[in-house]
Design a binder for this molecule. Structure first.
Ligand SMILES: [Zn+2]
Length: 316
């Protein structure tokens, strides 16, 4: 059933359970509101929880491992990016212990972590992705969701959760579960789309990433994510933002609806271009320059990249 044929319901804040909220941005279906108490952003009214869970289950069943995904996830650029991410984590925790990646997908990040000396574990909903990570990469991954992590209390030194938190029905409950599994003083690394990104400011609800009201139901700015983590018992060590997609901005402003399938197709076209390595290198170079601009402490756009990254230490 299409999402617009389901009834909408007002919901409580998923960060603090408050019902007091203010309108922030109208979406095609429902709206983003801001909690008057904790200042977090979420979609309300929205479709029933069962509809959101059914869609997640549908994706998990439809999950497919194809040439496009493998090329994308295991590209040189992605491996480099995973190494940089592990470098940041090891600044906060130099010992290589047990690392759990929640929403590990094909296991590309875990494979790099494993090669760097971590004891790597993963969990994901996607059946085909799990099979690939187990059978092709020999990784220790399980099928399951964040609501019930099949790991002992205080057993992990590092937990990473990239592009997952925006999908959760209750970020508050999920953070309790993460906290249960993470060792005291363990490190948490999170990434999520940035509601305050330059792309969102340019495109408003035209940015498909924030206008997915049955998928991306909890949204963050750097400030609101840091405040949420502090309330959940974590000490925020650093934040940064990265990425901007001129392609998405250009296409959306031209009136085309962009989603991740089209972006993947565009990348495949680039790989099949007459001079793929030259074109690819140019693209990587532009990307790196833009990321450096967003990462600089002195940059006026520091908090306005498309993706927020936050690193925190469990304090209680
Ligand atoms: Zn709240």
């Amino acid at each position: 059933m299409a999402v617009n044929s389901h009834p909408l319901f007002p919901v409580q804040c998923g960060y603090c359970n408050s019902s007091a909220r203010s309108h922030y941005l109208a979406l095609d279906i429902g709206a983003i509101v801001q909690c008057n108490d904790c200042k977090g952003y979420y979609v309300s009214p929205r479709v029933a929880d069962e509809v959101i869970l059914a869609k997640l289950q549908y994706w998990a069943k439809q999950d497919a491992v194809d040439e496009c995904r493998i090329a994308e996830y295991f590209s040189e650029g992605m491996i480099e990016y995973h190494k940089e991410e592990l470098e940041i984590i090891s600044q906060y925790l130099p010992e290589k212990g047990k690392l759990l990646d929640i929403g590990c997908s094909l296991g590309a990040f875990l494979q790099t972590a494993d090669r760097k000396g971590y004891e790597a574990f993963g969990i994901d909903l996607g059946k085909a992705s799990i099979r690939y990570a187990r059978n092709n990469l020999d990784l220790n991954v399980v099928e399951g969701s964040i609501e019930l992590l099949p790991f002992e209390d205080e057993s992990m030194d590092v937990i990473t959760i990239y592009e997952v938190i925006e999908h959760l029905l209750s970020p508050q409950n999920s953070m309790r579960e993460i906290s249960r599994v993470l060792k005291p003083q363990g490190i948490l690394a999170v990434s999520t789309p940035n509601l305050d990104s330059f792309t969102r400011i340019s495109l408003g609800k035209g940015w498909w990433v924030i206008n997915s009201p049955d998928e991306h139901i909890h949204l963050f700015t750097v400030k609101s994510l840091a405040a949420f983590m502090e309330r959940a018992g974590f000490k925020v060590l650093s934040t940064r933002t990265r990425g901007i997609s001129p392609y998405t901005i250009f296409k959306t402003l031209k009136g085309e609806r962009i989603n991740c399938t089209q972006i993947c197709r565009g990348r495949r076209k680039l790989r099949n271009a007459p001079f793929p390595s030259i074109m690819g290198n140019c693209k990587q170079c532009i990307k790196r320059c833009l990321n450096a601009v967003f990462a600089s402490s002195f940059s006026p756009v520091r908090n306005h990249g498309d993706q927020i990254f936050l690193y925190a230490r469990k304090e209680r």
